[in-house]
Write a protein that binds this ligand. Sequence first.
Ligand code: DGJ
Length: 467
Amino acid sequence: MRLKNKSRNLTTIRCYPGRRCSFSVLLWSIVGCLVLLNLYCFIFEKDAPHGGAHLRINQHQHFRELEEVEEDNIQMPPPRKRSARAVKRKPKRPTTLIEEFLDEASQLRHVFFPGLRTAIDPCRSSGNDTYYYYPGRMWLDTEGNPIQAHGGGILHDQRTKMYYWYGEYKDGPTYHAHKKGAARVDVIGVGCYSSKDLWTWKNEGIVLAAEEHNETHDLYKLNVLERPKVIYNEKTGKYVMWMHIDDTNYTKALTGVAISDLPTGPFNYLYSKRPHGYESRDMTLFKDDDGVAYLVYSSEDNSELHIGPLNEEYMDVTQSMRRILVGQHREAPALFKHEGTYYMITSGCTGWAPNEALAHAAESIMGPWETIGNPCIGGNKVFRETTFFAQSTFVLPLPELHGSFIFMADRWNPADLKDSRYVWLPLRVSGPVDHPLEYNFGFPLWSRVSVYWHKRWRLPYRWQEIN
Ligand code: DGJ
């Protein structure tokens, strides 16, 4: 009995001198207050413009939808009967899915490169398909033509509140300059498309055009112009484009710079150089929250990446440069930031053939950078080991959807480069990494970067109005 009394004494609180109120009453009062507070927030937000509460409540459900990956089990086709001539011409028949992917005559061609009939056509889509991305399908602009913005990147322009997608305009014949040369298309220029919803794209034309006749010009059509990226400089009011400039054999390894007063060009080509005096092939730009922009490029025969800040005008690099991912042979860098941590996705170096993506993370943009593993989830093993048969080019932040990004990749078609496809997929930064290497007081420093495979997906309903 005593014990019982003692314990009851422990759970009572003296509220007023001489009076006692039970702990459970207090607890229920707190619960009541919380319920009332929630109800208030619900009613208040419901009345808020654009139905914000509804959107927020649905946000978790949408994240779940974006993270629900699909399996894709593509079967190898049965061996084809081949004529003696065909065997002589090409003795080996594809034995892996990657070889099958690269084989122009593959019976699976339509799986990787579906025809025009299934194209994403925002201007003619029926209700069921509106806003849906179909990675790998043809994607038409508002005039009904396939979008030509390969190896591209997106600028969200604060002034016009528009998205601008810049990329390689490759609408010409694919050929090999010589027997051992990589497949190529003559330089036509940098294409630009504008959109408000990231789905319907209007062709704004070629904003930086190739040079037809002057063989000494960087933009001469027989050279190489790849992976253009554009950022806006608040101080100068200029849109600044950086790109990979090269000769047909990729021996010059330069970065080129162009500027414009408008996001839709025309861009004025300024010059090219080897940044910091080093080779520069695949590259990207990243503009940090403090306005400092960085150039990241594959160097030293693509064996490592270099990173360094641009000057205030974004027209040149500064002296500061760090070597990162040394000896890892990575290219196609796409850098982004989440909650103060920097992340990057890169590919291996296998020409136009797909390979495994890796995610990297760093506390400071100048490094050290650490490799945290393959971000691809879903599809099947081959899908994950080939970045869904594509190669990274850009990661677009969606600040409205906390921790969500669009992973942009190119599914190159080396037999017909203009028919290369876009693989856009939801990317989320959340959850623990598979093999955390770096710890901070016992907590892993990085979150998991995940790119989720979907045959079809769309952004949450009215995503731009969230927040
Ligand atoms: C891989 C690069 O990422 C592409 O931009 C392009 O340069 C191809 N190599 C050419 O083979």
